[in-house]
Structure formats: C-alpha cells, structure tokens
Design a protein around this ligand. Structure first.
Ligand SMILES: [Zn+2]
Ligand SMILES: [Zn+2]
Length: 633
C-alpha cells in the first residue's frame, strides 16, 4: 500500500506555507472540520482535509485532540488501517479515547498483536481503561488471553458493564468454555441480544440444543442472527427436522426476514433427511424473495439436490451459479461421485483446474477418489491419490485412505488394502475397517477377514458396524462358533447394534421407519403390501439370502426378519401412497444389506418404478431390475 506522504513525513512545521497562500485559503473552524471529516465520502476527501489541517498546524494542537481522533476513525472506516495507525503513532501523548480507537481499529482488522501492544502501552501510560477499551481489546482475545483481560476487567470494576460482559460471553462461547460463559452471562444485570445469541451458539456447539432453545424462547427480542444461530444449531447437531420446523415458524412470524445464512442452514437440514420437496420449496422461496442467489446459497442448493437424489436439478443450479468458488465445484464433484457418475466427476475435476485455475482442496480429492472407487477405476484412483501429496502438497487424511481402500477392495486387491491400512501414519477408524471387511465379504475372502478381525479384537478397536459385518462373514461360511464368539464379545463390551432407520418423503412430510416397525398409522397396509411383494418376487425366482441376517441378534425367524428391514417398510409405504409409475426416494442411515439390495432391484422390475436409495455409503439408482452401483457398495 502506498502510504500517504502526509503521514509518512514528519510534521511539516518548517513547511508552513507562505503568508500569501494562507491568505488565499481560509480554513474552516475546528468544529466545522470535525463535521467535514465525519461526512467524508472517500479517502481522497479525508486526505484533503488532513492536508489542510496539517498545513495550519492544527493536527496536534492540544486544544483540538478531537480532530486527530476523527481523522484516525475516518481512515479506519475507509479501510486505510495503516494510515489510521500511523496517525496514532505520531501522536505524542495519546489520550484514552485515541488509545481505545486505535485498539479497536487493530482488533477489528485482525491485528491482534498490535492491539495487545497498544493495550500494554495504554496501561504503561497510567491511563485507566474504560468499558470501550475492554470491549475493543476483547475482540482480539482467545479464551486464554480473554481470561487475563477478564481479571483486568474485574480489577477496574467493569465486570457488570453490558458491553464488556457481552464481549466476555462471546469469547468463552467461541472457545467452547460453556461454564465460564454461563457464569458471566448469569451475572449480567441486563442481557443484550448479542450476549444471548453468543450463549445460544455456545450451547449449540456443545450439542445442548435444549438449553439453546430454552434461552432462545426466553429472549424478548430476536434478530435474524439469533434465529440463524438456533436454526443452524439444530441443523448441525442432529436435529434437522427441528431446524425446518423453526424455519417455518420464522416465516410464519413474518419478521425478521430470513437471509442467505438462514436458507443455507435450512437447506442443509433438508439434505440430511432427504426432504426434496421442502428443499424445492425453499428454492422457489429464495427466487421470490430478496435473498441473493449468491455462491453460498447456490452451493447449498447443489448439495441439497444431489443429497436428496435429484442430480439433474443440482446440475441446473451449478450451471447457473455465478462466480463459482472451490466449495461450489467440490459440491458438484461430490454430487456426481455419490450418484455413480464417475466420468462426469473426473471431467469436472479437470475442467475446474483448466478453466478457472482453482486449486483443488482435500475435499475435492475425496470427491474424485470416491468417483474412482465407485467406478472401479483403480489406476486413475491410485494416480490421483499419489498426485495429491506430490503435485498439490495436500496431506492425505483418513477419508482419502477410505476411498483408496474401497477402490482396492472393489478390485479384489484386499491384501494391498489391508497393508495400506496397517502402514498408515494415523489410526484407522471404523469406517475404514468396515470398508475392508465389506469387500472381504463380497469377494469371499474368509481367511483375510478372520485375520483382520483378530487384529481388530487384539487392538481393541470396536464398533457395532464392524461386529455385525464380522458376524455376517462367519455366518456366510456357516461358522456359527465364530458368530457366537462375536456375539459374546459384543455383550462383554456392551456394544449395541445401531438401529437401521429409513425415511421417505411423501407430500412434504418425512416418514421414518425402523426395522420391524409397527408404529406407522398405515402399518397394516404396509405389511399387506410387503406380503404381496414377497409373493410376486418369489414367482420371479427370488430366494431370500438369509446369510446376511445377523442371526444371533435377531433370533426371530430368519426370513421374516429380512422382510422388515426399515428400507422395505419405507418402499412399501411409498408404493401404497404414490401414483403408480412415479419414482421413490429412500434414505437409509446404514448400508443396505445385500438381500434388501436384491429385493429392491426386483421391486423396481415388477412395479416399473425407479427407486433411488441413499445408504450410508452411496446412492443406488434401481431401474428395471438392476442398480447403478453394479452390485458393489
Ligand atoms: Zn436389509
Ligand atoms: Zn446398488
């Protein structure tokens, strides 16, 4: 930045203009100058006034310290931070107001070290800080330095000041120190909107959405920031339905008006539960409101459409997205990959770098590697994985290894996958092990899966999914001793099988089903439908694959327990509540089992329906008896 010569040079004491020049230019009185500075519309205007003041030797005039302060603020408000701070450093005896203004300027512009330096200078000058000084320096604090400043606040008797307390709550809340935040908040004689919102953020971050909601409901006034924090809190902490209900409440109340952040949070909630109709409605709402369709909103729409199973609409939004950033590209690449459109994902990966010159991030690589894994592109996948570190300098994370392992697993290179996991420089998580064990099962690699199992048990790595898979592997080769061993281990360690939950959205309402569920109002019709399906698919030569049932957990009749996996209930409900021929979209929290996969393929054939199912791993598009995953998932 080219610094202004007016500031860079020392005070022009000896450059006073000639008497004639001064006579031609009459400087307005200081009060008028102060108003002019406040009303300045550009840096040029401020520079001109600054020049005039300097020429008349008024800048550091002890009678007019206000001009100095006003100039300092004007530069800062026009984004000329260096001008602003240079002016401060030229001042011989800055007073409390100038110190506070400088600390504030440094703080809000991210110059934390400078802010602290100024604060220390202020204390050394034996000036007593006031509430504005503290609320300014607090903006530069981490939780640790915030604690130090907190002691000063108490020492100077400003603990109950609403500005200072709000700053403190904010710092503790951001640092996740809910106890300290709560303490300061509880002692506040008057709770500001900002401090209540900070406290709601803090509760949400801890996953305590009940406390957040209770406080939200108690607030007498709420602005859009507090609504956003609450809606986002629900959406990010496993309560997407509550997020959508609250969003609807906001719309019903009519004010404040939702903004970009509100719709991004609501769209994220839609993608989590597959609420495509609601998501579409929000899209229409955005178009008809004053909310800008900026890159963040577009990215949320792309993500929502692709996660809700409508890749076509995701592509339409992507093509219309203005000034796409890396997040938008990532959303589309991941969308293509999830749906098994691997070539399109890889095409976009090249296009992105070629056209925009954007550098891929670790998320981009997860998308592209997933694309390779879903299409079985072993060589391409390995090449991309290696290029990540070598060409782009990005460290591989567990998710990248996950894609690589699933890629090798699909290709049957299980030993290689196992070796990679064992030699990783980080600990493998349950997702990674599940992936290898899943592949072992698919390729009938009993010995290797047993070796892995023993390794896992030896390392004390436990997770319900792995145990279930392991038990299924034993069952598939008729090793019931192995099944019993796993069962005992699970009991010993208190591991409970995660319940399978499937959802389907019918007429804007999301219906949830659990395995063996009889809670639904139309339960009777659902089970009748399931029986009908069962008879029809048997006539198509279907034989239940009872090996996949986790026999020892569900000691009911094997075939019956297969029939009531949650996705089948959701499909049956979809069949009885929608027009014949219309597509069904199902969401499942766990991986679909191979028997349900076979049955869904047959249902798509006999009913002529397109069925899109999102399981924990990927999308399955079932049409006319086959699935887009090519039976690998
Ligand atoms: Zn199943
Ligand atoms: Zn499939």
């Amino acid at each position: 930045m080219a610094s202004s010569p007016l500031i860079a040079t020392s005070l022009p004491q000896n450059q006073l203009t000639t008497a004639t020049a001064t006579a031609r230019f009459r400087l307005p009185p200081p009060e008028k100058l102060a108003v002019l500075i406040d009303n300045s519309r550009s840096v040029d205007e401020v520079l001109q006034i600054h020049a005039a003041i300097t020429r008349h030797n008024l800048l550091l005039h002890p009678r007019y310290p206000v001009l100095n302060l006003k100039l300092h603020r004007a530069y800062a408000s026009h984004g000329k931070i260096r001008h602003s701070l240079a002016l401060f450093h030229q001042t011989i005896d800055p007073d409390l107001f100038l110190f506070t203004a400088a600390i504030n300027t440094a703080s809000i512009n991210g110059l934390k070290d400078q802010a602290f330096l100024l604060y220390v200078q202020l204390l050394s000058s034996e000036i007593v800080p006031n509430e504005f000084t503290f609320s300014s320096i607090l903006k530069s604090c981490s939780t640790k330095s915030g604690k130090l400043i907190h002691t000063h606040v108490l020492k100077f008797g400003l603990g109950l000041d609403p500005y200072v307390a709000t700053g403190l709550v904010d710092i503790y809340a951001k640092g996740g120190d809910v106890v300290s935040a709560q303490k300061v908040f509880d002692r506040m004689p008057e709770r500001s909107l900002v401090s209540s919102t900070a406290m709601i953020t803090c509760y949400s971050k801890q996953g305590n959405v009940e406390a957040a909601r209770a406080l939200f409901d108690r607030m007498c006034e709420r602005d859009i920031v507090s609504w956003n924090v609450m809606i986002d809190g629900y959406s990010q902490h496993g309560f997407p339905s509550n997020a959508l209900i609250l969003f609807q409440k906001l719309l019903a109340e009519g004010k404040p008006k939702p903004d970009e952040i509100t719709v991004v949070a609501a769209l994220s909630a839609c993608s989590q539960i597959g609420a495509l109709e609601t998501g579409r409605w929000i899209h229409v709402f955005v178009n008809s409101s004053r909310i800008r369709l900026n890159v963040k909103v577009c990215t949320a729409l792309i993500d929502m459409y692709s996660k809700c199973g409508s890749l076509e609409e995701a592509v339409l939004v992507f093509n219309d997205t203005p000034r796409k950033d890396i997040v938008a590209w990532n959303a589309m690449i991941t969308g293509y990959a999830m749906h098994g459109y691997s070539q399109d994902a890889l095409r976009l990966f090249d296009e992105m770098q070629g056209i925009t010159g954007l550098q891929p991030t670790d998320i981009t690589f997860i998308g592209t590697l997933q694309a390779c894994a879903h299409a079985g592109l072993v060589n391409e996948g390995i090449q991309i994985f290696e290029s990540m570190g070598q060409e782009y300098g990005i460290k591989s994370k567990i998710e990248h290894y996950g894609c690589l392992v699933s890629l090798l697993g699909r290709a049957g290179q299980l030993k290689r996958a196992y070796e990679i996991i064992k030699n990783m420089n980080m600990e493998a998580d349950s997702v990674l092990w599940s992936s290898v064990l899943g592949s072992c099962k698919l390729h009938g690699e009993f010995m290797l899966s047993k070796e892995i199992a023993e390794y896992l048990i030896g390392q004390n790595i436990s997770n319900s999914g792995i145990y279930v898979l392991l038990s299924n592997i034993y069952a598939s080769v008729g090793d019931y001793e192995g099944v019993a061993k796993v069962r005992n281990l699970m009991k010993e360690k208190g591991i409970v099988k995660e319940p399978g939950i499937s959802t389907i959205e019918i007429e804007n309402k999301v219906h949830e089903f659990r395995a063996g569920d009889r809670e639904h109002l139309k339960s009777k019709e659902i089970y009748t439908m399931l029986r009908k399906i069962s008879e029809r698919i048997k006539s198509h030569g279907y034989v239940p694959n009872t090996n996949t049932v986790f026999q020892d957990l569900e000691e009911t009749e094997k075939e019956q327990s297969l029939q009531v996996h949650s996705e089948r209930l959701a499909i049956a409900y979809g069949l009885i509540s929608t027009k014949s021929g219309s597509p069904l979209k199902i969401f499942k929290n766990l991986r679909v089992c191979s028997d349900c996969h076979t049955v869904t393929k047959l249902i798509s054939k006999i009913t002529g329906r397109k069925i899109v199912m999102r399981d924990r791993n990927r999308y399955h598009h079932f049409t006319d008896g086959s699935c887009s995953c090519g039976d690998f998932w």
